[in-house]
Design a protein around this ligand. Structure first.
Ligand SMILES: [Zn+2]
Length: 170
């Protein structure tokens, strides 16, 4: 018996009737269906004056939890990957544009004294880091490799963020 068959049986079970032997066996081996059975028994045992909406809400919550379990068992990775790939592409283009556009922009926006101070603080760092990448950036293939690495980083970050956001909703 599958979980779907079990839940179908549970849904169609008349109050006061017991489950068949096969269904009880399934509940004995499947923690999720055992939980569903426990939930159902609790609801059936609830006083009759309790509003029926309560049962509907509980069942809905269970179904939602089950849907989430299914989502994680077989998530729609292709949509998520496409979305993350697009986000990464946009991020790399913006980063690339930012690297070239930022210094002139800062020079225009910041007061001269502040810009001088910032440049003095940043240039030793650039002086340390830039030579590491300069040989790579000098050749087309190296530059492509740098861009690809940036893309891979953005892609991983975007994918991680989307999975994290999804988990936060659940
Ligand atoms: Zn099951």
């Amino acid at each position: 018996m599958t979980c779907a068959e079990f839940e179908d049986l549970l849904d169609r079970l008349e109050p006061g009737h017991a489950l068949g032997a096969e269904a009880r066996r399934h509940a004995g081996t499947c923690p999720r269906c055992a939980f569903a059975l426990r939930l159902e028994s609790t609801l059936v045992a609830a006083p009759s004056w309790m509003p029926r909406e309560r049962m509907a809400a509980e069942r809905r919550a269970f179904l939602l939890a089950r849907a989430r379990t299914r989502f994680w068992a077989a998530p729609d990775w292709s949509a998520r990957l496409q979305e993350s790939a697009l986000s990464a592409l946009v991020a790399v283009v913006l980063l690339g544009a930012g690297v070239f556009a930022l210094p002139p922009l800062l020079k225009e926006v910041l007061p001269p004294s502040l810009y001088e101070a910032a440049a003095a603080a940043v240039s030793p760092l650039v002086g340390e880091v830039a030579p590491l990448f300069a040989p790579l950036a000098a050749t087309g293939a190296g530059l492509a490799l740098l861009v690809f690495c940036g893309y891979a980083l953005c892609f991983a970050a975007s994918l991680g963020a989307s999975v994290y956001a999804e988990a936060g909703q659940g």
